[in-house]
Design a protein. Structure first.
Length: 374
């Protein structure tokens, strides 16, 4: 049996809301500690592989989003088990992250995708069942409307960086414990852009993006459940250097209903009836999600008897039909009787005798399990 993978956040010693800087800092610290050329302990190599694997996933926005939603099952294992330095991924990536040098040949910074955003929304039980349209207001980074994301004041243009000659990188030869390497660092003057803005935009001050509130309309489909997420593609933060915007994820939190409970697409309702109704039978009215429904209680009904109302449950998201409503009957024993009621119960008890019948083969819990399909 394959060993169980540890949680990537646990591997790096991070909380689930850790930022990119926290992830990179934790990776640098642990990778230096467990690198096989530095740490000669027997388990150091496996630990180093685990650290690098966790970093590759959590440092990539799309992979991290898939991992946060589905865990290890949501990842393509080939993403981090491909050819490389002993299964550690790209050699240049590791050396650059650990020691500030590597073998990259890329030039100026390319487009960068914007960050994904999360919005937690509370909705009622009924809104989750039937769907609803909601407006939300978020604050996000958007492309500066004044300079259209260039970072330069309109009427001016950036010029090629004289420090890196437009490459966005500074390359220097450097000796290390691994031999001679080319030290490739981001140009400190242009920050990897390859261009220098001499007249920064008066609104974003050269940052290319500005923070703006934005109101969005969210369509919540019928049948959603607590913890479901709705993705709004391209409604996250704006990218930089021409990169695409991130996504907005709306996480739903459904308030409890005063008397309905939900199990997948079925709803469960407990109804109290009195002893006379249970013994003699009766017709009662039970609430449903949309209206009321008559329900026939046969004579001799016992506590825990379950009645199924077909099609009175929750609509199936992206599917046809609805679940059912399960009505669990509870025979309520009176606790406060009048003198006349006590006399009548005494006469009834005398006529029924004191003989007790054996318990049914199936308990109340067993009947509930059968009705719910456990």
């Amino acid at each position: 049996m394959a060993p169980t993978k540890r949680d990537y956040y646990e591997v790096l010693g991070l909380s689930r809301n850790a930022g990119k800087d926290d992830i990179r800092s934790a990776y640098r610290r642990l990778a230096r500690q467990y690198h096989p050329d530095v740490n000669k302990e027997a388990e150091a190599e496996d630990r180093f592989k685990e650290i690098n694997e966790a970093y590759q996933i959590l440092n990539d926005d799309s992979k991290r989003a898939a991992y946060d939603r589905y865990g290890h099952a949501g990842l393509n294992q080939s993403d981090f088990n491909g050819p490389g330095f002993g299964g550690f991924g790209d050699l240049g990536d590791i050396f650059e992250d650990l020691f500030g040098f590597g073998m990259r040949t890329s030039t100026r910074q390319g487009p960068r995708r914007g960050a994904d955003l999360r919005y937690d929304m509370e909705i009622t039980f009924e809104e989750a069942v039937f769907g609803v349209e909601k407006d939300i207001t978020i604050t996000r980074m958007e492309a500066c409307p004044h300079c259209r994301g260039s970072g330069a004041e309109p009427g001016t243009t950036p010029t090629r960086c004289p420090e890196c000659n437009g490459s966005g990188q500074i390359r220097r030869a450097q000796q290390s414990i691994f031999g001679s390497f080319v030290n490739v660092t981001t140009c400190p003057r242009c920050n990897g852009r390859g261009e220098v803005v001499h007249t920064p935009c008066s609104e974003c001050h050269g940052a290319q993006r500005v923070e703006r509130p934005r109101t969005l309309s969210i369509s919540i489909p019928a049948g959603v459940d607590d913890g479901n997420r709705i993705r709004l593609t391209g409604e996250g933060e704006a990218g930089t250097y021409g990169g695409p915007a991130g996504n907005l994820y709306v996480v739903l939190h459904v308030r409890e209903h005063p008397f309905f409970q939900r199990r997948e697409n079925d709803i469960i309702l407990t109804m109290n009836i009195n002893v006379a109704q249970a013994a003699l039978g009766d017709e009662i009215v039970v609430p449903t999600l949309e209206d009321e429904h008559p329900l026939n209680i046969p004579a001799g009904t016992q506590t825990g008897t379950i009645f199924r109302l077909k099609g009175e449950g929750v609509p199936r998201v992206h599917g046809n039909g609805r679940g059912d409503e399960l009505v669990i009957v509870n025979v309520a024993v009176p606790t406060a009787l009048t003198a006349e009621q006590k006399r009548l119960f005494s006469e009834l008890g005398a006529s029924l005798g004191k003989e007790v019948s054996p318990q049914e083969d199936k308990s109340f819990l067993d009947r509930v399990r059968d009705a719910l399909g456990f």
